[in-house]
Design a protein around this ligand. Structure first.
Ligand code: CA
Ligand code: CA
Length: 145
C-alpha cells in the first residue's frame, strides 16, 4: 500500500460516508473515520491522540466515536468519548472491533468499517437516540492523516 489515499476506492469512501450518515440517523452519537499511513504507537494510544487532534471531544453529550486505521500496518482501533464509554457494556468496544478486524483479516477493509459503523449506530440508539433537532456536530467525511 503506497498511499493512504489508495486504501479505499472512491466508491468505498462514499459507501463509508453513507454508513456514517445512516448510523447517525439512529443516534445522536457522532462517528468519524481517520486513516493514516502508519504509526509507531499502539493503535488505541494513537487513536486517543487523533481523537483530540480532530477535536472530537467537542460534542454536547460527549458521544463521539472514532474509527482509526493505520493502513500500512493494517491496524485498527475504535474509541468513544466518555459519555458513551460510561454507559455501554464492558465488551462494547471489543464487539465493534471484532466485526471490523474480522473483515480486515479477509482484506475487506471497506466492508469492515461499514459494518462496524452501522453496528455502532444501532447499539448507540439505545443510549443516545436520534433527536429531531439533531446537529451534525462532527463531519462525516473521512479524515486522512
Ligand atoms: Ca448528530
Ligand atoms: Ca457526523
Amino acid at each position: 500500500m503506497s498511499k493512504v489515499e489508495d486504501f479505499l476506492t472512491s466508491v468505498e469512501e462514499s459507501q463509508i460516508i453513507d454508513a456514517i450518515k445512516t448510523a447517525e440517523k439512529n443516534t445522536s452519537g457522532e462517528i468519524r473515520v481517520h486513516l493514516e499511513k502508519s504509526s509507531t504507537k499502539a493503535p488505541l494510544e494513537r487513536a486517543k491522540e487523533v481523537f483530540s487532534f480532530l477535536n472530537m471531544n467537542n460534542t454536547k453529550d460527549h458521544n463521539g466515536v472514532l474509527f482509526y486505521v493505520a493502513v500500512d500496518d493494517k491496524q485498527f482501533a475504535v474509541l468513544g468519548d466518555q459519555g458513551i464509554d460510561k454507559v455501554v457494556a464492558n465488551d462494547f468496544w471489543n464487539s465493534i472491533k471484532d466485526i471490523v478486524v474480522n473483515r480486515f483479516s479477509q482484506n475487506n477493509y471497506a466492508l469492515g468499517l461499514k459494518e462496524g459503523i452501522l453496528e455502532t449506530g444501532k447499539k448507540l440508539k439505545e443510549y443516545f437516540p436520534y433527536q429531531s433537532d439533531d446537529d451534525d456536530e462532527l463531519s462525516n467525511d473521512i479524515s486522512l492523516g
